[in-house]
Design a protein around this ligand. Sequence first.
Ligand code: SGN
Ligand code: CA
Length: 523
Amino acid sequence: MLKLKRTTLFYPLAGVAALASCGGEKKAEQNSPLNIIYIMTDDHTRQMMSCYDNRHIETPNLDRIAADGVIFRNAYVANSISGPSRACLLTGKHSHANGKLDNHTVFDGSQQTVQQLLKENGYQTAMIGKWHLDSEPTHFDHWEILPGQGHYYNPEFITPQGRTHYKGYVTDIITDMGVEWLDKQRDKEKPFVLFLHHKVAHRIWMSDTTHLTLFEDKQFELPENFYDDYAGRVAASRHEMGIYKDMDLTYDLKMLHPTLETRLGKAYEHGEYARLDSAQKAAWDGHYQPIIDQFIEADLQGRELAEWKYQRYMRDYAKTVQSLDENVGRLLDYLEENGMLENTVIFYTSDQGFYMGEHGWFDKRFMYEESFSTPLVMHLPKRFKKRGEIDQLVQNIDFAPTMLDVAGIEIPSDIQGVSLLPLLKRDRAPRHWRKSLYYHYHEFPGEHAVRRHYGVKTERYKLIHFYGEDIDEWELFDLESDSLEMHNLYGEPGNETLVKELKAELKRLQILYEDPILEKYPL
Ligand code: SGN
Ligand code: CA
């Protein structure tokens, strides 16, 4: 049994009864155990969230979370891909330590997890939405999960009782399930943690029929490095995630036409498209058919085609985020109307970031900023004093210890992440905080052909090692002068001391986190 901690600000569960008898309602509310709602999307990136970046779209409801709390400017993941990211979240450990290295390994749910520790200490635990860990959820009082990646339309869910089919759009359905659990299914006498994991904004970016016409007149700004030639970056040059080269006209961009035979066209026609019911199909075709006709007629080539693909990608992605933002708004309204905002901490984040045309790409996996980073905003009740921006380096392995700390539960010593509570409790930043982050991506061979790599990021620099049978490449970036990570400084004269220091830091982190890769590639 775990020991509960005593803090002055956050009362452990053991203190609840005493509080109820000794003070007024207000005091009880201010000191009552905190509920936790953890909202995570899939592949939603900072470039498409207006409190981070207002070039492309507005996300007023996501921004509302930040406005009532904090926005992390430097939040990162440990391994930029779904299953592993989810395992990092639940265990507070890097991938090599929790065993979920890539999307194909099965997560061992018998290991220590945050929901287990919360449950053992009196929390009710619920998990709704994309799970993607291949084993059954453990230690949840309530769970309804999408099988695998799940579907945008008319999705199936798995529950302990079996499979259920739903009609409608997945983002609405997951939100409905969350609100229903909060409103009717939970035990209102107990604190809770609710994991609400959306499918949006994953490939193939299917809009709700109600949002199909949005953004159609908008021209999205092309990223400066859209036409990257990958000079000096061997691993990047071997990618299979180019908008021009790899994005499928039919599967990804919905151009279904008898004269177009694309690699993944049949998968779309008999897969996601075939799931639409007749009313959904009518709306879908009504919207896309004129675009398809125009596209066939225009017969675009070269850069014109590349930029047309980029615009379609951005529009479809933006529509899915619009629906997400509205649904998050609906959840926030429910919490507000039910007086729950003063005793609930809300996380909003994604399983990783994503490329919106930077380097000419979609997808993630690389340790470059767009996919290594993740959005992170938090709603905080008033008892937390911090508001506004937080610049410290944080990582998704920190979420589990933060939840435990918020609940007043002692953090087991084998958890590798650190609690973010010191950054949230006071307005003043703590004197000591980590100065670097460790990253390790393992999925190769794999879709999109991103090589295995590990690396270290400090406030200013990033050092990456791509390794494998046919690759042994280092990259060094100065993020201050080269935020787009286009110029690999590794091996250039004058950087020897810097490389030495960064390698020493990388080694320190590999020893700290006990990554066995250090034996294979000693530093
Ligand atoms: C699917 C996608 C990939 C994507 C992975 C991982 N292909 O396999 O494009 O990189 O998921 O994404 S698709 O044809 O099925 O859309 S993750 O977010 O789940 O890790
Ligand atoms: Ca993802």
